[in-house]
Design a protein around this ligand. Structure first.
Ligand code: TXA
Ligand code: MG
Length: 315
């Protein structure tokens, strides 16, 4: 069992001694360690059983820290960070020497983000090092959006969980690479693509997958619940009759639903659905159904990010 605390100083002491702490962010919980301590970084990979080629995001307390860890911070990247930090945007920039290749999976670029959660921001401000933090789930499993999810999945492998309640956004950050002249979206996430484009102009799209080795991580299979997940455009009476022992995840709440079901959103709002997605997958799995059947989201707002997670979870 990990120690679950709301005290920043307790979490800070563990991190200063090279231990791992699960931290709340507005997107998902992260599994954090001192990014400048190679033993701590190696322990993150070990706890998650994550392959070393999958690079980590460095969490920093403010935009003023970027130049310590990136060797170039182009103007469009600065505009994006000023517009959306703290928040669900990660930027990929050329790395500075201070960042180890262990953190970057051997790449000469680094991913940076200022998370928007009061406990974690205060924690970062109290530390003299950045926090390397992937999502706090075992590699390939559904991401955690509460301290309880982390405890259930990793409680026996980490020392401490900083409990900051449920994650407000509920999907990992959107990742934009500024290594090319035209910035590239590497991962659909909690910040809508359109909002980023309103700030910095059109984005290219280079979504990470198995066949895209220049943008590692983000394997085709990811976020998976234990039960088999099947995706449909609509759950209807035929679906329900054909799958009597399944658990159903509706996109929008219906007037009448089977008992073994939940809905991501009351009114069909993609932000609300995003915030509930991972918790609904964890909940569905906990019922130990024969399978889980989920509806895809409309391709609006955060719909593409929700569907990206659902497709990888069902892969
Ligand atoms: O919202 C989030 O981003 C959460 C919270 C904890 O901050 N973190 C998160 O980390 O989702 P993780 O490790 O699950 O996903 C990080 C992904 C990698 O799998 C990879 O796809 C991408 O970020 N990444 C990291 N560094 C990169 C780099 N230098 N170049 C390209 N992609 C990179
Ligand atoms: Mg992850």
């Amino acid at each position: 069992m990990a120690l679950i605390t709301t005290e920043i100083s307790v979490a800070a002491d563990f991190l200063k001694s090279g231990k791992l702490v699960a931290i709340p962010t507005e997107t998902v919980y992260g599994l954090a360690g001192n990014a400048l301590n190679e033993k701590a970084v190696a322990a993150i990979f070990e706890a998650k059983k994550r392959p070393f080629f999958d690079p980590l995001i460095l969490h920093i307390s403010s935009i003023d820290e970027v130049n310590k860890y990136a060797s170039n911070f182009p103007e469009n990247a600065q505009t994006a960070c000023k517009s959306f930090w703290p928040g669900p945007l990660t930027v990929v920039l050329p790395k500075a020497e201070s960042v180890s290749f262990l953190c970057t999976g051997g790449l000469s670029s680094v991913a940076l983000r200022v998370p928007n959660h009061p406990l974690t921001l205060a924690l970062l401000q109290s530390l003299e090092f950045p926090l390397a933090a992937p999502s706090a789930n075992p590699f390939g499993k559904t991401s955690p959006t509460s301290a309880q999810h982390v405890e259930a999945m990793l409680g026996d492998r980490i020392d401490c969980i900083l409990d900051g309640g449920s994650c407000a956004v509920g999907l990992e950050s959107s990742i934009v690479s500024f290594l090319d002249t035209i910035p590239q979206l590497l991962r659909y996430g909690g910040l809508e693509k359109q909002k980023i484009e309103e700030a910095i102009g059109e984005l290219g799209i280079k979504i990470n997958n198995n066949s895209n080795p220049t943008a590692p991580g983000q394997l085709d299979k990811h976020y998976a619940p234990n039960a088999k997940l099947t995706l449909v455009t609509e759950i209807n009476s035929v679906t329900i009759e054909a799958n009597p022992n399944a658990f159903f995840i509706y996109f929008q709440q219906q007037e009448s639903q089977p008992i073994a079901s939940t809905a991501l959103s009351k009114m069909g709002n993609t932000e609300e659905a995003a915030a509930n997605l991972f918790a609904s997958l964890h909940f569905a799995d906990a019922q130990k159904p024969s399978s889980i059947i989920a509806e895809l989201a409309p391709e609006l707002g955060l719909g593409p990010a929700i569907n990206d997670r659902l497709r990888r979870a069902a892969f």
